[in-house]
Design a protein around this ligand. Sequence first.
Ligand code: 5AD
Ligand code: FES
Length: 351
Amino acid sequence: MKDLIDKLAAGHDPTDEEWKRLIEGEYDRTLLYAEADRIRRRHYGTDVYIRGLIEVSSYCRNDCLYCGIRRSNFHAERYRLSKEQILECCRIGYGLGFRTYVLQGGEDSFYTTEYVAELVREIKRRYPDCAVTLSLGEREKPDYQRWYDAGADRYLLRHETAGKTHYGRLHPAELSYDHRIQCLYHLKEIGYQVGCGFMVGSPYQTTEDLIADMRFMRELQPHMVGIGPFIPHHDTPFRDKAQGSLERTLTMVALTRLLLPQALIPSTTALGTIHPQGRELGLKAGANVVMPNLSPVSVRKQYALYDNKICTGDEAAECIECMKRRVASAGYQIAETRGDWKGSLGEKKGR
Ligand code: 5AD
Ligand code: FES
């Protein structure tokens, strides 16, 4: 297995059979995690970047079958943050050392293109040394362009799965795989640092779907990749489905690091939710970003994409202290910088 891991790290494009062995084969994963960690250290040392996550709205017009804030969940408590509330989160975050703000929310038409552009301009005016990341779902290219022109630096839009049939089983018919992928390419063309990503162990996912994810990422060359286990939410059609496994998630994080040596890869909250040391293990398997919650504590429980989400009761200050300890215990340290991608845009392979 060592030779296959080394080949992948050297840029080899694995066959179906080789991907299958890497993903689901029975072998000692410590080898894989160690190689992923070696490559992340080569490019980023032991720095871990922090992103202040502000969950701006739990309203969503979409009805993704896995998600707790899907529109047909009538039990979901809905909220949306005002411009003033979001700016207050930024103020608190700045004092705690955050230099990236991630504005994430459901697809909520309240946040018009102009509203978001104005908000981005104001954040950049107050905090010119900070990066703004948007994660507001699918929009048309001119909307993305307006936000970029207003100063947004990065955009997160997980593709969720690159298996087209699988995509259709996770989403209602009105959502289109092709449109989502189109969005990612539009974002890249505009000049954003772009993040895609997928859930591990989502219902009906096969190894072929995960191979499709890897091949898709080889083509897209995203700057960021969010990977987390699927976790059922009790008020969704997937309430009785099994959650994604820790080992499979860590395997996909490590393989992604080998595939995209310079990627910014968060050790996700979902990973921390399925295992008490999940985020530490993610860092040791090649992840180099954590995204502590900066949302007002009063709304955190309402942004419930899945059950038992961690960090919903903690103040931002406690969360960041806890995170510093966790990151240090794994052998890394938090860098209080913007934490931009270290490759050069348009570059094919950075190694
Ligand atoms: N389990 C794990 N991750 C989920 N997401 C949404 N619902 C769930 C769930 N039940 C992820 C999706 C989305 C991101 C914001 O959260 O991948 O893109
Ligand atoms: Fe949020 Fe530990 S990281 S409380």
